[in-house]
Write a protein that binds this ligand. Structure first.
Ligand code: DC
Length: 212
């Protein structure tokens, strides 16, 4: 499940995994957790070489229960702090660094293993699991995205969220390493006119069809 922030990826992925009894992996949370570690350790995030040098240092543990998402860094639960503005405003710089992506790609593939999992991110259908049996690319109109994202974040305003979304879209789509793009064989769903349950229904139907 790929798409920009606020497109409904997280809620849809968790809902689909819960409905189908599958595991769930939030790869955005992994990039955020590494960013949180870099901030805590004073790594200069304007310097890609410094980020690359520390890419392998944080020890991550990613839970796969869609009803109780969990992520720790060096044993510390960071599920709350990684959603703060401090992390959100700089995560694109960290996720553009190839060494960070290479490290997470290995861990993501290990967790995914033989499958049975809903994985959400930006490059899942294009890079992480190019042979995934079902690929979904979610989008939504900018106003809907900003409103949803604001509701998820602590202390954010719609205006600030919208500016941040536009900046991150540009960074995530324009970077050289695994940019946000739709896989050729992905199903595109614009979630703007639908409720969460309707989008979950649509994705569940796609999975059931793929299973024959
Ligand atoms: O989905 P999110 O907003 O939590 O993701 C945080 C950042 O991580 C996002 O700005 C881009 C990056 N990311 C990525 O580069 N590749 C992924 N597979 C997932 C997230």
């Amino acid at each position: 499940m790929d798409g920009p922030s606020g497109s409904g990826k997280s809620s849809t992925s968790r809902g689909v995994a819960t409905r189908l009894g599958l595991r769930y992996l939030d790869t955005g949370a992994q990039f955020r957790a590494i960013t949180w570690w870099m901030l805590r350790h004073g790594v200069d995030l304007d310097d890609p070489a410094a980020i690359a040098a520390h890419a392998g240092d944080p020890v991550l543990e990613s839970g796969t229960d869609p009803q109780a998402p969990m992520i720790t860094v060096d044993g510390t639960d960071v599920a709350g702090p990684i959603r703060e503005q401090e992390v959100t405003s700089v995560v694109s710089a960290v996720s553009a660094v190839p060494e960070v992506r290479a490290r997470l790609l290995r861990e993501q593939r290990e967790i995914i293993g033989a499958g049975g999992i809903v994985v959400e991110g930006r490059d899942i259908g294009t890079v992480v699991v190019p042979d995934a049996p079902v690929k979904v690319f979610l989008t939504a109109e900018p106003d809907a995205r900003a409103a949803r994202r604001t509701a998820e974040l602590a202390g954010a305003t719609v205006e600030a969220t919208q500016i941040d979304l536009i900046r991150r879209d540009k960074a995530d789509s324009g970077r050289a390493a695994a940019p946000l793009t739709m896989a050729e064989d992905a199903h595109h769903i614009d979630t703007t006119p639908f409720t969460l349950d309707e989008v979950i229904d649509q994705v569940v139907t796609l999975v059931e069809k793929a299973q024959g």
